[in-house]
Write a protein that binds this ligand. Structure first.
Ligand code: PBG
Length: 326
């Protein structure tokens, strides 16, 4: 059996060209999706905890999509900030709301992108919960038809992929039935299947104005300790007709991602969430990390673990780095 001194693993790492050629995984910009916050307000508003990102009016969101397309990115994922909120989140299916308007504008400005629309009520409800309430808990079955209306509204406006992030049971089947009933057989569903009740969503809730007014989301999002339950969520969503399944957040759940890639049979999407982005920026700001190197390392790790598609707030920078560094 060959071993040291004949075997020397350092041979393949000797030079930059060697390392570049032997690299097992690299970031392909086509696999990246950029989240974009679209506001009904007239003015853009920077998001302090997401440096470089803002809530954008429709026109500016379309301009950003164009920039993303030019950088080689595969798609954008739209979140909406409506003009008004109510108990049932009715703004989520307003055909003139920020997300449908942005879907139309992005289709015109950047036709080479895949258009993703997040489907959830938390940005649209006055209480910030992901569905309608029965007392202090989210009423699962009463929420399903509302999510379906939102998904159909986004499909009507040109979404290629609708992505339910609410974690209600049965929502993938409900969305599929409603989309097909409305003639949208070709619109794909990406289920946020393994979505954990994470501390890393903090900056997003500021960005989207979607923090719950009371309580938390632990009655529907997964317990971070539970890997097997995550695979069960993924399996039920695939059974219900999910075309793609997501693991979210990404970095702390690479084991879940790797198992999903082996077992799910559909493409697996990873979402590097707002807190993962904010943490890297905060450390880099203090001079404690090299941001570009850390971004490349985290995204490469997510790809190595098995992600087919990666949603990340670093999408544009990562695409540019991939183009210049190979
Ligand atoms: C809405 C939703 C959330 C995220 C995506 N869709 C927040 C939440 O569940 O509270 C988080 C994204 C991020 O942190 O970047 N349900």
């Amino acid at each position: 059996m060959a071993s040291y001194p004949e075997v020397r693993l350092r041979r393949l790492r000797r030079s930059a060209p060697m390392r570049r050629q032997m690299r097992e995984n690299r970031i392909d910009p086509a696999r990246l999706v950029l989240p974009v916050f679209v506001t009904a307000a007239a003015e853009a508003r920077p998001i302090p905890a997401l440096p470089g990102h803002s809530q954008l009016p429709v026109g500016e969101a379309a301009a950003l999509a164009k920039e993303a397309e030019a950088a080689g990115i595969g798609g954008v994922l739209l979140f909406g900030l409506p003009a008004a909120k109510d108990e049932a989140g009715t703004g989520a299916w307003d055909p003139e709301g920020p997300v449908p308007a942005a879907l139309r504008a992005v289709a015109a400005a950047a036709p080479g992108l895949v258009r993703w629309a997040d489907v959830c009520l938390c940005q649209y409800t006055s209480h910030g919960h992901c569905g309608v309430l029965a007392g202090e808990t989210v009423d699962n079955d009463a929420t399903l038809p509302l999510l379906s209306r939102a998904a159909v509204a986004y499909a009507d406006a040109g979404a290629d992929v609708v992505a339910p992030s609410d974690m209600m049971d049965g929502r993938v089947a409900a969305l599929r039935r409603s989309l097909d009933g409305a003639g949208h057989h070709d619109v794909a569903i990406c289920s946020y299947a393994a979505k954990f009740a994470s501390a890393f969503y903090g900056p997003f809730r500021d960005a989207a104005g979607s923090a719950p007014a009371f309580g938390d989301r632990r009655s529907h999002q997964l317990d971070p300790a539970n890997g097997r339950e995550a695979q069960r969520e993924i399996a039920t969503d695939v059974d219900e007709g999910a075309d793609l399944v997501m693991v979210k957040p990404a970095g702390p759940y690479l084991d879940v991602l790797a198992v999903a890639r082996r077992e799910a049979g559909v493409p697996v999407v990873a979402y590097q969430v707002s807190g993962e982005y904010a943490a890297l920026h905060a450390a880099a700001d203090r001079g404690w990390l090299d941001l570009d190197a850390a971004v490349t390392e985290t995204l490469t790790g997510i790809v190595r673990a098995g992600a087919d598609v990666v949603i990340t707030y670093f999408a544009i920078e990562a695409a540019r780095m991939a183009a210049t560094r190979g």
